[in-house]
Design a protein around this ligand. Structure first.
Ligand SMILES: C[S@@+](CC[C@H](N)C(=O)[O-])C[C@H]1O[C@@H](n2cnc3c(N)ncnc32)[C@H](O)[C@@H]1O
Length: 439
Protein backbone atom coordinates (compact mmCIF):
# COMPACT_ATOMS: atom_id res chain seq x y z
CA UNK A 1 0.00 0.00 0.00
CA UNK A 2 1.07 3.62 -0.59
CA UNK A 3 2.89 5.43 2.20
CA UNK A 4 0.28 7.92 3.27
CA UNK A 5 -1.97 8.19 6.27
CA UNK A 6 -5.76 8.09 6.01
CA UNK A 7 -7.53 11.46 6.07
CA UNK A 8 -9.30 12.52 9.27
CA UNK A 9 -12.61 12.04 7.44
CA UNK A 10 -11.79 8.43 6.48
CA UNK A 11 -10.61 7.69 10.02
CA UNK A 12 -13.94 8.98 11.39
CA UNK A 13 -15.82 6.93 8.82
CA UNK A 14 -13.96 3.72 9.72
CA UNK A 15 -14.51 4.47 13.39
CA UNK A 16 -18.24 4.90 12.86
CA UNK A 17 -18.52 1.65 10.84
CA UNK A 18 -16.63 -0.33 13.49
CA UNK A 19 -18.63 1.26 16.31
CA UNK A 20 -21.95 0.23 14.75
CA UNK A 21 -20.74 -3.32 14.11
CA UNK A 22 -19.15 -3.84 17.54
CA UNK A 23 -21.56 -2.04 19.81
CA UNK A 24 -24.93 -2.23 18.12
CA UNK A 25 -24.62 -5.79 16.88
CA UNK A 26 -25.54 -4.80 13.32
CA UNK A 27 -24.23 -7.27 10.67
CA UNK A 28 -21.35 -5.83 8.70
CA UNK A 29 -23.01 -5.81 5.27
CA UNK A 30 -25.91 -3.80 6.74
CA UNK A 31 -23.47 -1.38 8.42
CA UNK A 32 -21.73 -0.77 5.08
CA UNK A 33 -25.07 -0.27 3.34
CA UNK A 34 -26.23 2.20 6.05
CA UNK A 35 -23.04 4.26 5.76
CA UNK A 36 -22.64 4.29 1.99
CA UNK A 37 -26.29 5.26 1.51
CA UNK A 38 -25.59 8.48 3.39
CA UNK A 39 -21.98 9.10 2.34
CA UNK A 40 -21.15 9.09 -1.34
CA UNK A 41 -17.53 8.23 -2.13
CA UNK A 42 -15.68 7.53 -5.34
CA UNK A 43 -15.95 3.74 -6.03
CA UNK A 44 -12.20 3.27 -5.45
CA UNK A 45 -12.33 5.08 -2.12
CA UNK A 46 -15.36 3.09 -1.03
CA UNK A 47 -13.57 -0.19 -1.95
CA UNK A 48 -10.50 0.91 0.05
CA UNK A 49 -12.61 1.56 3.16
CA UNK A 50 -14.44 -1.75 2.76
CA UNK A 51 -11.17 -3.69 2.28
CA UNK A 52 -9.54 -2.06 5.32
CA UNK A 53 -12.54 -2.65 7.59
CA UNK A 54 -12.97 -6.23 6.33
CA UNK A 55 -9.34 -7.05 7.04
CA UNK A 56 -9.54 -5.43 10.45
CA UNK A 57 -12.61 -7.43 11.47
CA UNK A 58 -11.44 -10.64 9.80
CA UNK A 59 -8.20 -10.48 11.82
CA UNK A 60 -9.47 -8.66 14.86
CA UNK A 61 -7.20 -10.73 17.15
CA UNK A 62 -4.17 -9.75 15.03
CA UNK A 63 -4.98 -6.03 15.08
CA UNK A 64 -5.85 -6.15 18.80
CA UNK A 65 -2.47 -7.81 19.44
CA UNK A 66 -0.62 -5.09 17.49
CA UNK A 67 -2.65 -2.44 19.30
CA UNK A 68 -1.48 -3.90 22.61
CA UNK A 69 -4.48 -5.71 24.03
CA UNK A 70 -5.67 -9.28 23.59
CA UNK A 71 -9.19 -9.24 24.89
CA UNK A 72 -11.20 -6.11 25.66
CA UNK A 73 -11.12 -6.32 29.49
CA UNK A 74 -13.65 -3.53 29.88
CA UNK A 75 -15.90 -5.24 27.31
CA UNK A 76 -15.25 -2.54 24.74
CA UNK A 77 -13.07 -2.64 21.66
CA UNK A 78 -10.57 0.19 21.52
CA UNK A 79 -11.51 1.35 18.08
CA UNK A 80 -9.00 4.18 17.68
CA UNK A 81 -6.18 1.92 18.84
CA UNK A 82 -7.24 -0.60 16.24
CA UNK A 83 -7.13 2.17 13.65
CA UNK A 84 -3.58 3.02 14.77
CA UNK A 85 -2.70 -0.68 14.40
CA UNK A 86 -4.18 -0.59 10.89
CA UNK A 87 -1.71 2.18 10.08
CA UNK A 88 1.20 0.16 11.47
CA UNK A 89 0.13 -2.87 9.42
CA UNK A 90 0.05 -0.77 6.23
CA UNK A 91 3.29 1.04 7.08
CA UNK A 92 1.51 4.39 7.21
CA UNK A 93 2.49 7.12 9.69
CA UNK A 94 0.30 6.64 12.78
CA UNK A 95 -2.20 9.52 13.23
CA UNK A 96 -1.49 11.85 16.15
CA UNK A 97 -3.92 12.87 18.89
CA UNK A 98 -6.65 10.27 18.32
CA UNK A 99 -8.83 10.00 21.46
CA UNK A 100 -7.90 7.14 23.84
CA UNK A 101 -4.58 6.58 22.06
CA UNK A 102 -2.21 8.47 24.41
CA UNK A 103 -0.62 5.20 25.51
CA UNK A 104 -0.35 3.73 21.99
CA UNK A 105 3.31 3.12 21.27
CA UNK A 106 4.20 2.88 17.58
CA UNK A 107 7.54 1.32 18.43
CA UNK A 108 5.95 -1.44 20.57
CA UNK A 109 3.28 -1.99 17.94
CA UNK A 110 5.95 -2.63 15.29
CA UNK A 111 7.65 -5.16 17.58
CA UNK A 112 4.34 -6.94 18.18
CA UNK A 113 3.67 -6.99 14.43
CA UNK A 114 6.93 -8.95 13.97
CA UNK A 115 6.01 -11.32 16.83
CA UNK A 116 2.59 -11.99 15.30
CA UNK A 117 4.21 -13.44 12.16
CA UNK A 118 5.01 -16.60 14.16
CA UNK A 119 1.50 -17.02 15.58
CA UNK A 120 -0.73 -18.66 12.94
CA UNK A 121 -4.01 -17.93 14.77
CA UNK A 122 -3.20 -14.21 14.63
CA UNK A 123 -1.99 -14.34 11.02
CA UNK A 124 -5.15 -16.12 9.89
CA UNK A 125 -7.59 -14.35 12.21
CA UNK A 126 -8.66 -17.52 13.99
CA UNK A 127 -10.17 -17.17 17.49
CA UNK A 128 -9.05 -19.68 20.10
CA UNK A 129 -12.46 -21.36 20.56
CA UNK A 130 -12.74 -21.99 16.83
CA UNK A 131 -9.20 -23.33 16.60
CA UNK A 132 -9.88 -25.84 19.39
CA UNK A 133 -13.18 -26.94 17.86
CA UNK A 134 -11.83 -27.09 14.30
CA UNK A 135 -8.86 -29.23 15.35
CA UNK A 136 -11.01 -31.54 17.49
CA UNK A 137 -13.46 -32.05 14.63
CA UNK A 138 -11.19 -32.08 11.58
CA UNK A 139 -7.78 -33.13 12.91
CA UNK A 140 -4.86 -32.26 10.61
CA UNK A 141 -7.20 -31.06 7.87
CA UNK A 142 -8.08 -28.04 10.04
CA UNK A 143 -4.76 -26.22 9.33
CA UNK A 144 -5.55 -26.10 5.64
CA UNK A 145 -9.17 -25.04 6.15
CA UNK A 146 -8.21 -22.39 8.71
CA UNK A 147 -5.94 -20.73 6.13
CA UNK A 148 -8.63 -20.94 3.43
CA UNK A 149 -11.25 -19.41 5.72
CA UNK A 150 -9.03 -16.34 6.13
CA UNK A 151 -9.00 -15.64 2.37
CA UNK A 152 -11.16 -13.18 0.49
CA UNK A 153 -14.21 -15.02 -0.92
CA UNK A 154 -14.82 -15.19 -4.65
CA UNK A 155 -18.10 -13.97 -6.06
CA UNK A 156 -20.36 -16.37 -7.93
CA UNK A 157 -23.71 -16.04 -9.61
CA UNK A 158 -26.19 -18.68 -10.73
CA UNK A 159 -27.86 -18.27 -14.07
CA UNK A 160 -31.63 -18.33 -13.71
CA UNK A 161 -32.42 -20.84 -16.43
CA UNK A 162 -36.14 -20.09 -16.02
CA UNK A 163 -35.36 -16.88 -17.92
CA UNK A 164 -32.05 -17.14 -19.80
CA UNK A 165 -29.35 -19.62 -20.78
CA UNK A 166 -25.81 -19.31 -19.48
CA UNK A 167 -24.65 -18.41 -22.98
CA UNK A 168 -27.16 -15.54 -23.20
CA UNK A 169 -26.18 -14.22 -19.78
CA UNK A 170 -22.48 -14.38 -20.68
CA UNK A 171 -23.20 -12.23 -23.74
CA UNK A 172 -25.03 -9.70 -21.58
CA UNK A 173 -22.19 -9.61 -19.03
CA UNK A 174 -19.67 -9.05 -21.81
CA UNK A 175 -21.81 -6.25 -23.28
CA UNK A 176 -21.95 -4.62 -19.81
CA UNK A 177 -18.14 -4.94 -19.47
CA UNK A 178 -18.50 -7.13 -16.37
CA UNK A 179 -15.52 -9.45 -16.02
CA UNK A 180 -16.33 -13.11 -15.41
CA UNK A 181 -15.25 -16.72 -15.83
CA UNK A 182 -17.58 -19.62 -16.57
CA UNK A 183 -17.29 -22.51 -14.04
CA UNK A 184 -16.55 -25.52 -16.21
CA UNK A 185 -17.70 -28.19 -13.76
CA UNK A 186 -21.01 -26.57 -12.87
CA UNK A 187 -23.81 -26.02 -15.33
CA UNK A 188 -25.21 -22.72 -14.12
CA UNK A 189 -22.34 -21.11 -12.20
CA UNK A 190 -20.31 -18.06 -13.24
CA UNK A 191 -17.48 -16.48 -11.24
CA UNK A 192 -17.48 -12.69 -11.30
CA UNK A 193 -13.88 -11.55 -11.34
CA UNK A 194 -14.27 -7.76 -11.23
CA UNK A 195 -15.83 -5.37 -8.71
CA UNK A 196 -19.02 -4.61 -10.65
CA UNK A 197 -22.08 -3.66 -8.59
CA UNK A 198 -24.23 -6.52 -9.84
CA UNK A 199 -27.37 -5.60 -7.94
CA UNK A 200 -27.71 -2.32 -9.81
CA UNK A 201 -27.72 -4.00 -13.24
CA UNK A 202 -30.87 -4.44 -15.31
CA UNK A 203 -29.95 -8.13 -15.68
CA UNK A 204 -30.36 -8.55 -11.93
CA UNK A 205 -33.57 -6.52 -11.79
CA UNK A 206 -34.94 -8.73 -14.57
CA UNK A 207 -34.15 -11.84 -12.50
CA UNK A 208 -31.61 -13.30 -14.93
CA UNK A 209 -29.29 -14.40 -12.13
CA UNK A 210 -28.93 -14.81 -8.38
CA UNK A 211 -25.77 -14.30 -6.36
CA UNK A 212 -24.98 -17.77 -4.96
CA UNK A 213 -21.72 -19.44 -4.00
CA UNK A 214 -20.53 -22.29 -6.22
CA UNK A 215 -20.62 -24.75 -3.28
CA UNK A 216 -24.19 -23.79 -2.45
CA UNK A 217 -25.09 -24.44 -6.11
CA UNK A 218 -24.23 -28.14 -5.60
CA UNK A 219 -27.06 -28.71 -3.12
CA UNK A 220 -30.23 -28.39 -5.25
CA UNK A 221 -28.92 -30.82 -7.94
CA UNK A 222 -28.22 -33.32 -5.12
CA UNK A 223 -32.01 -33.68 -4.71
CA UNK A 224 -32.31 -35.15 -8.24
CA UNK A 225 -35.61 -33.35 -8.86
CA UNK A 226 -37.67 -33.72 -12.02
CA UNK A 227 -40.32 -31.37 -13.45
CA UNK A 228 -43.76 -32.20 -12.03
CA UNK A 229 -42.57 -33.46 -8.65
CA UNK A 230 -43.81 -32.33 -5.24
CA UNK A 231 -40.82 -30.99 -3.32
CA UNK A 232 -40.61 -29.68 0.24
CA UNK A 233 -37.83 -27.21 1.11
CA UNK A 234 -38.39 -27.15 4.85
CA UNK A 235 -35.78 -24.60 6.01
CA UNK A 236 -36.10 -22.38 2.97
CA UNK A 237 -35.14 -19.03 4.53
CA UNK A 238 -35.12 -16.36 1.86
CA UNK A 239 -35.07 -19.08 -0.77
CA UNK A 240 -31.57 -19.26 -2.26
CA UNK A 241 -31.91 -22.99 -2.87
CA UNK A 242 -35.68 -22.93 -3.45
CA UNK A 243 -35.16 -20.76 -6.54
CA UNK A 244 -32.49 -23.13 -7.82
CA UNK A 245 -34.80 -26.12 -7.30
CA UNK A 246 -37.55 -24.30 -9.20
CA UNK A 247 -35.19 -23.74 -12.15
CA UNK A 248 -34.14 -27.42 -12.13
CA UNK A 249 -37.85 -28.36 -12.22
CA UNK A 250 -38.29 -25.97 -15.17
CA UNK A 251 -41.01 -24.27 -13.12
CA UNK A 252 -43.22 -27.42 -13.29
CA UNK A 253 -44.59 -29.25 -10.25
CA UNK A 254 -44.81 -27.79 -6.76
CA UNK A 255 -42.26 -26.63 -4.21
CA UNK A 256 -43.53 -26.07 -0.69
CA UNK A 257 -41.07 -23.64 0.88
CA UNK A 258 -41.27 -23.55 4.66
CA UNK A 259 -39.50 -21.80 7.50
CA UNK A 260 -40.23 -21.02 11.12
CA UNK A 261 -39.64 -17.32 10.41
CA UNK A 262 -42.41 -15.81 8.35
CA UNK A 263 -40.46 -12.66 7.43
CA UNK A 264 -37.91 -14.78 5.58
CA UNK A 265 -40.70 -16.34 3.52
CA UNK A 266 -41.88 -12.83 2.61
CA UNK A 267 -38.41 -12.11 1.19
CA UNK A 268 -38.57 -15.46 -0.64
CA UNK A 269 -41.90 -14.53 -2.30
CA UNK A 270 -40.40 -11.28 -3.59
CA UNK A 271 -37.32 -13.04 -4.96
CA UNK A 272 -39.48 -15.74 -6.56
CA UNK A 273 -41.55 -13.09 -8.36
CA UNK A 274 -38.40 -11.48 -9.78
CA UNK A 275 -37.04 -14.89 -10.81
CA UNK A 276 -40.30 -15.93 -12.50
CA UNK A 277 -40.43 -19.00 -10.23
CA UNK A 278 -44.19 -19.51 -10.08
CA UNK A 279 -44.30 -23.09 -8.74
CA UNK A 280 -43.45 -22.10 -5.16
CA UNK A 281 -45.95 -22.11 -2.28
CA UNK A 282 -44.84 -20.80 1.10
CA UNK A 283 -45.89 -22.20 4.49
CA UNK A 284 -44.96 -20.73 7.84
CA UNK A 285 -44.12 -23.45 10.40
CA UNK A 286 -46.01 -22.03 13.36
CA UNK A 287 -46.90 -25.40 14.89
CA UNK A 288 -45.72 -29.05 14.58
CA UNK A 289 -49.03 -29.77 12.79
CA UNK A 290 -47.76 -28.00 9.65
CA UNK A 291 -45.16 -30.75 9.29
CA UNK A 292 -47.45 -33.62 10.34
CA UNK A 293 -50.00 -32.64 7.69
CA UNK A 294 -47.44 -33.38 4.98
CA UNK A 295 -46.61 -36.88 6.24
CA UNK A 296 -45.25 -39.00 3.33
CA UNK A 297 -46.39 -36.37 0.81
CA UNK A 298 -43.14 -35.25 -0.84
CA UNK A 299 -41.11 -36.86 -3.63
CA UNK A 300 -38.15 -34.84 -2.41
CA UNK A 301 -37.41 -33.12 0.91
CA UNK A 302 -34.58 -30.66 1.46
CA UNK A 303 -33.51 -29.93 5.04
CA UNK A 304 -31.01 -27.08 4.78
CA UNK A 305 -30.79 -26.82 8.55
CA UNK A 306 -29.59 -23.93 10.74
CA UNK A 307 -25.91 -24.50 11.58
CA UNK A 308 -22.66 -22.99 12.85
CA UNK A 309 -21.85 -21.46 9.46
CA UNK A 310 -18.22 -22.60 9.84
CA UNK A 311 -18.11 -23.25 6.08
CA UNK A 312 -18.96 -19.65 5.22
CA UNK A 313 -16.59 -17.76 7.50
CA UNK A 314 -14.72 -16.30 4.51
CA UNK A 315 -17.87 -14.25 4.06
CA UNK A 316 -19.42 -14.00 7.55
CA UNK A 317 -16.21 -13.38 9.47
CA UNK A 318 -17.74 -10.87 11.89
CA UNK A 319 -19.66 -13.71 13.59
CA UNK A 320 -16.59 -15.55 14.90
CA UNK A 321 -15.48 -13.15 17.63
CA UNK A 322 -17.76 -14.42 20.34
CA UNK A 323 -17.29 -17.98 21.59
CA UNK A 324 -20.04 -19.89 19.79
CA UNK A 325 -19.13 -23.41 20.93
CA UNK A 326 -22.10 -23.72 23.32
CA UNK A 327 -24.49 -22.35 20.68
CA UNK A 328 -23.17 -24.94 18.22
CA UNK A 329 -23.87 -27.74 20.69
CA UNK A 330 -27.43 -26.42 21.09
CA UNK A 331 -27.74 -26.21 17.32
CA UNK A 332 -26.90 -29.90 16.94
CA UNK A 333 -29.95 -30.68 19.08
CA UNK A 334 -32.15 -28.53 16.85
CA UNK A 335 -30.67 -30.21 13.75
CA UNK A 336 -31.34 -33.69 15.19
CA UNK A 337 -34.93 -32.72 15.98
CA UNK A 338 -35.49 -31.26 12.50
CA UNK A 339 -34.17 -34.31 10.64
CA UNK A 340 -36.04 -36.64 12.97
CA UNK A 341 -39.47 -35.04 12.48
CA UNK A 342 -39.26 -33.35 9.08
CA UNK A 343 -37.88 -36.46 7.34
CA UNK A 344 -41.36 -37.96 7.80
CA UNK A 345 -42.65 -35.73 4.99
CA UNK A 346 -40.67 -37.88 2.50
CA UNK A 347 -42.79 -40.31 0.48
CA UNK A 348 -41.83 -43.96 0.57
CA UNK A 349 -39.36 -44.34 -2.29
CA UNK A 350 -38.65 -40.59 -2.15
CA UNK A 351 -35.39 -38.72 -1.48
CA UNK A 352 -34.31 -36.73 1.57
CA UNK A 353 -31.35 -34.33 1.43
CA UNK A 354 -29.82 -32.93 4.63
CA UNK A 355 -27.42 -30.03 4.15
CA UNK A 356 -25.46 -27.46 6.15
CA UNK A 357 -22.97 -24.67 5.52
CA UNK A 358 -20.78 -26.22 8.21
CA UNK A 359 -17.62 -28.29 7.83
CA UNK A 360 -17.82 -29.84 11.30
CA UNK A 361 -18.64 -33.59 11.38
CA UNK A 362 -20.67 -33.05 14.59
CA UNK A 363 -23.26 -31.18 12.49
CA UNK A 364 -22.88 -33.38 9.44
CA UNK A 365 -21.80 -37.04 9.22
CA UNK A 366 -22.52 -37.61 12.93
CA UNK A 367 -26.09 -36.35 12.53
CA UNK A 368 -26.64 -38.64 9.55
CA UNK A 369 -25.24 -41.64 11.38
CA UNK A 370 -27.50 -41.07 14.40
CA UNK A 371 -30.53 -40.51 12.16
CA UNK A 372 -29.97 -43.68 10.12
CA UNK A 373 -29.56 -45.80 13.25
CA UNK A 374 -32.94 -44.60 14.44
CA UNK A 375 -34.79 -44.68 11.10
CA UNK A 376 -34.22 -48.03 9.39
CA UNK A 377 -36.60 -47.02 6.57
CA UNK A 378 -33.96 -44.59 5.21
CA UNK A 379 -30.71 -45.60 3.50
CA UNK A 380 -27.74 -43.41 2.68
CA UNK A 381 -27.17 -42.93 -1.02
CA UNK A 382 -24.22 -40.49 -0.93
CA UNK A 383 -22.73 -37.80 1.30
CA UNK A 384 -20.19 -35.14 0.52
CA UNK A 385 -18.34 -32.26 2.18
CA UNK A 386 -17.30 -29.32 0.02
CA UNK A 387 -14.33 -27.70 1.80
CA UNK A 388 -13.44 -23.97 1.72
CA UNK A 389 -9.96 -25.00 0.52
CA UNK A 390 -11.60 -26.14 -2.74
CA UNK A 391 -12.24 -22.51 -3.69
CA UNK A 392 -15.76 -21.55 -2.64
CA UNK A 393 -17.59 -21.78 0.67
CA UNK A 394 -17.84 -24.99 2.73
CA UNK A 395 -20.96 -27.15 2.65
CA UNK A 396 -22.11 -30.64 3.56
CA UNK A 397 -24.85 -32.63 1.87
CA UNK A 398 -26.22 -36.12 2.39
CA UNK A 399 -28.75 -37.83 0.12
CA UNK A 400 -30.91 -40.55 1.64
CA UNK A 401 -33.64 -42.64 0.11
CA UNK A 402 -36.74 -43.74 1.96
CA UNK A 403 -37.41 -47.40 1.30
CA UNK A 404 -40.68 -48.47 -0.33
CA UNK A 405 -43.03 -50.74 1.64
CA UNK A 406 -41.70 -53.78 -0.27
CA UNK A 407 -38.06 -52.87 0.25
CA UNK A 408 -38.72 -52.30 3.91
CA UNK A 409 -40.45 -55.68 4.23
CA UNK A 410 -37.48 -57.30 2.47
CA UNK A 411 -35.01 -55.56 4.79
CA UNK A 412 -36.99 -56.62 7.84
CA UNK A 413 -37.06 -60.19 6.54
CA UNK A 414 -33.27 -60.09 6.18
CA UNK A 415 -32.73 -58.82 9.70
CA UNK A 416 -35.23 -61.39 11.09
CA UNK A 417 -33.42 -64.14 9.24
CA UNK A 418 -30.09 -62.94 10.64
CA UNK A 419 -31.55 -63.29 14.09
CA UNK A 420 -32.83 -66.79 13.18
CA UNK A 421 -29.47 -67.74 11.64
CA UNK A 422 -31.37 -68.43 8.38
CA UNK A 423 -29.49 -65.88 6.30
CA UNK A 424 -28.76 -67.85 3.13
CA UNK A 425 -32.30 -68.90 2.30
CA UNK A 426 -33.81 -65.42 2.72
CA UNK A 427 -31.01 -63.65 0.80
CA UNK A 428 -31.46 -66.09 -2.03
CA UNK A 429 -35.20 -65.45 -1.99
CA UNK A 430 -34.63 -61.68 -2.04
CA UNK A 431 -32.25 -61.74 -4.95
CA UNK A 432 -34.67 -63.94 -6.87
CA UNK A 433 -37.45 -61.46 -6.13
CA UNK A 434 -35.29 -58.49 -7.19
CA UNK A 435 -34.21 -60.20 -10.40
CA UNK A 436 -37.84 -60.93 -11.23
CA UNK A 437 -38.74 -57.25 -10.54
CA UNK A 438 -36.01 -55.89 -12.77
CA UNK A 439 -36.96 -58.08 -15.77
C1 LIG B 1 -29.23 -22.37 6.55
S1 LIG B 1 -30.62 -21.39 6.68
C2 LIG B 1 -31.47 -21.74 5.18
C3 LIG B 1 -30.92 -21.07 3.96
C4 LIG B 1 -31.80 -21.27 2.76
N1 LIG B 1 -32.14 -22.65 2.53
C5 LIG B 1 -31.14 -20.72 1.51
O1 LIG B 1 -30.72 -21.48 0.66
O2 LIG B 1 -31.08 -19.49 1.40
C6 LIG B 1 -31.61 -22.26 7.83
C7 LIG B 1 -33.03 -21.77 7.94
O3 LIG B 1 -33.71 -22.62 8.85
C8 LIG B 1 -34.68 -21.83 9.53
N2 LIG B 1 -35.06 -22.59 10.74
C9 LIG B 1 -34.50 -22.60 11.96
N3 LIG B 1 -35.15 -23.47 12.77
C10 LIG B 1 -36.13 -24.00 12.03
C11 LIG B 1 -37.15 -24.96 12.29
N4 LIG B 1 -37.27 -25.56 13.47
N5 LIG B 1 -38.00 -25.28 11.28
C12 LIG B 1 -37.88 -24.70 10.07
N6 LIG B 1 -36.94 -23.79 9.77
C13 LIG B 1 -36.09 -23.45 10.74
C14 LIG B 1 -33.99 -20.51 9.76
O4 LIG B 1 -34.92 -19.47 9.91
C15 LIG B 1 -33.18 -20.36 8.46
O5 LIG B 1 -33.88 -19.61 7.51
Amino acid sequence: MASYSLSAFKIRLINSILFENFNKDVPLDRVFANHFRKIKLEPQEQSLIIDLVNDLIKRLNYYSFIAGYNKPKDGKRHINKLICALHVENKWPVPKNLPECDDFSEKQAKIRKEQAKDIPNLRYGCPEWLDLLGRKELGDRWDKEKISLSRKPDRYIRVNTLKVTREQLCQMLTASKIKFQVCENQEDAIRITGNADLFKTQMFKDGFFEQQDCGSQEIAPYLQVKPGMRVVDACAGAGGKTLHISALMKGKGVIIAMDDKDWKLQALRERAKRAGAFNIETRHIDSPKVIKKLKEQADRVLLDVPCSGTGVLKRNFDTKWSDNSNDIRELTEIQADIIDRYSQMTKRGGILVYSTCSILPMENQNQIETFLKKHSDFVLDEQKTVYPSEGGDGFFMARMRRLTENELADTNAISDSKEDGNNDTVSAELSEKNEAKSE
